[in-house]
Write a protein that binds this ligand. Structure first.
Ligand SMILES: [Zn+2]
Length: 209
């Protein structure tokens, strides 16, 4: 996903649940996952190159780390860890063909109806994510070169498969699924926490968890 959409997804999903400062910390950590040095050797941050097992394990590790940080009374790292988690959870919909498969099986549905965790699709043998064909793929990120480079890349490349921005078919569904998934990730972690820890994490006196 492009930066502005990671931001809009995270804000939309969480603004009712976090105070502005806590939310901004989470958003900054989310966007930090797309730093250039995390674009190499960190496929699992973005579910690139079919890194589903590693991506899922990374999410598990981050969920545990958020709970552990709050167990130690540390709000800032908990917010940062959760921000990182939201990035990977959101990239699943932009970088895999989950949304393509969902639209195929729900041709009449509107984006708001998307189910972000349909078991039949999550476990489908057809589930795959875009491969990054470096070095050529790197040039597809430069707007001036993109039209020349993309036709040279295979159809299973990130350049062909991504739903990173509204120019891509199904982006609305990917955005809606990512908002829902981000909320679900918040609720899932809340189940592991006591009310005081939720308060510490969210910065809200009466969090609606
Ligand atoms: Zn990413």
């Amino acid at each position: 996903m492009k930066k502005q959409y990671h931001r809009s997804i995270t804000m939309q999903a969480l603004e009712a649940h976090f105070n502005p400062e806590a939310l901004e910390t989470a958003v900054a950590a989310n966007l930090g996952q797309d730093a250039w040095w995390y674009q190499f050797g960190h496929d699992h941050f973005h579910y690139d190159n079919n890194s589903f097992a590693a991506g899922n394990a990374y999410l598990d590790q981050l969920r545990r780390s958020v709970v552990e940080a709050l167990g130690r009374g540390e709000a800032l790292p908990a917010r940062q860890l959760f921000g990182r988690l939201t990035h990977t959870a959101q990239d699943f919909y932009a970088h895999s063909n989950y949304i393509t498969l969902w639209r195929e099986s729900h041709p009449e549905a509107v984006p708001e109806e998307v189910d972000p965790l349909l078991a039949a699709l999550i476990t489908s043998p057809r589930l795959c994510s875009g491969r990054i064909y470096y070095p050529l793929e790197a040039f597809s990120f430069l707007p001036a070169l993109k039209p020349y480079v993309v036709p040279l890349l295979p159809r299973d490349s990130h350049a062909w498969m991504n739903l990173d921005d509204p120019s891509r078919p199904g982006f609305d569904c990917a955005h809606a699924a990512a908002v829902k998934r981000t909320k679900l990730e918040f609720e899932r972690i809340c189940q592991e926490l006591c009310p005081e820890q939720i308060q510490l994490w969210t910065g809200l006196q009466n969090p609606k968890a």
